[in-house]
Design a protein around this ligand. Structure first.
Ligand code: F6P
Length: 365
């Protein structure tokens, strides 16, 4: 049993769900209770629960059986920023700073420190709360793997596995019908899922946000394959991909969200252009939220568990204002401000991109 400076800790999950959230919650609860005799209070639905005082104590019984389950037992949202909270005055909707409510609820529950499990939006709010006097520890989550200061977020490996399996299945129809099959995967500003799943699944063309594409080059690649008696092609495209000099395809705007832009549709744009230019029948699959669902892979379960335990250890040691992270094979921690700095994008001259090019995969440039 270790001594801790904190006796009661809060935990919340914020932003889009990702496989492994429950594994982090379980590790937090078990480590806090067993190692430090802390009490754990779970706030529901992200920062919404902190604002509206929706909370419940989490005991070891509450986390039984949740390790392999996707989603989050606490609920989550990518809205409800306490520093930019929608309030309706008469017929008008404005935004107000309601962060004082957070501090009232923190005090009602006697919380000494808060563990925020989230992506860049949630961790930025965590940092603002830390600056205002709350003791915060961050845990890096997102299937997009686009957070700085960690080599990998949990959730990415499961999303990558789902996308790779989808490519394997698309090969069947591609080969049988001699078609071009386009798979649109998530990845708003970073193409990790597209690049890694494209490599794992043997894609012929991979289009990522970091490398603006030229349609002629993609068409040339498909035509060259046809000339080489390869009668089908697989294209993987990240939702945030854009042509040289062009923009991302925005599907809609979600007001109040940490990042209001919702992408979607680039797969159709690519498939139509390919079909028109090559005459080859083309089809699109948008993998969407399937990538966020389901049971986490063994890798994500272990990473999430290590992150949860490490986060509680940081609380126990009083090292607040930090995010746990993966550096090589080791779990370490970095100041929150580093975690919410620049997004972790695919290096365009990095090894993975080089490998793809050396295999003859077309990256659209
Ligand atoms: O950031 C994770 C992510 O999955 C993005 O890749 C995607 O654009 C977004 O969330 C979708 O969010 P929502 O759940 O609001 O559709």
């Amino acid at each position: 049993m270790a001594k801790s400076v904190a006796k009661r800790i809060g935990v919340l999950t914020g932003g889009g769900d990702a496989p492994g959230l429950n594994a982090v919650i379980r590790a937090v609860v078990k480590t806090a209770i067993r190692e430090y005799q802390m009490t754990v209070v779970g706030f529901e639905n992200g920062f919404g629960g902190l604002i509206k005082n929706q909370a419940r104590e989490l005991t070891e019984i509450d986390v039984v059986g949740i390790l392999p389950r996707g989603g989050t037992i606490l609920g989550t949202t990518n809205r409800d920023n306490p520093f930019h909270y929608p309030v309706v005055k008469g017929n008008e909707k404005t935004f107000a700073d309601v962060s004082d409510r957070v501090f009232e609820n923190i005090s009602i529950h006697g919380i000494d420190a808060l563990i925020v499990i989230g992506g860049d939006g949630s961790l930025a709010i965590g940092k603002e709360l830390q600056d205002k006097g709350l003791k915060v520890i961050g845990v890096p989550k997102t299937i997009d793997n686009d957070l700085s200061a960690t080599d990998q977020t949990f959730g990415f490996d499961t999303a990558l596995t789902t996308a790779s399996e989808a490519i394997d299945k698309l090969h069947t129809t591609a080969e049988s019908h001699h078609r071009v099959m386009v798979l649109e995967v998530m990845g708003r500003y970073a193409g990790w899922i597209a690049l890694a799943s494209g490599l794992a699944g043997g894609a012929d063309v991979i289009i990522i946000p970091e490398i603006p594409y030229n349609m002629d080059i993609i068409v040339n690649k498909i035509n060259a394959r046809t000339r080489g008696n390869k009668k089908f092609s697989i294209i993987v495209v990240a939702e945030g991909a854009k042509p040289v000099g062009g923009d991302m395809v925005v599907n809609k705007h979600v007001e109040d969200s940490f990042d209001p832009i919702r992408l979607g549709g680039i797969g159709n744009v690519i498939a139509q252009a390919v079909e028109t230019a090559t005459g080859k029948e083309s089809r699109v699959t948008v993998l969407g939220h399937l990538q966020r669902g389901g049971s986490p892979t063994a890798y994500d379960r272990i990473l999430a568990t290590r992150y949860g335990t490490a986060a509680v250890n940081l609380v126990g040691e009083g090292k607040f204002g930090n995010m746990v992270c993966l550096k090589g094979q080791l779990i370490e921690h970095v100041p929150l401000e580093q975690a919410i700095g620049e997004l972790h994008k695919v290096p365009v001259d990095g090894e993975l991109v080089r490998v793809a090019r050396q295999l003859g995969i077309c990256l659209g440039d």
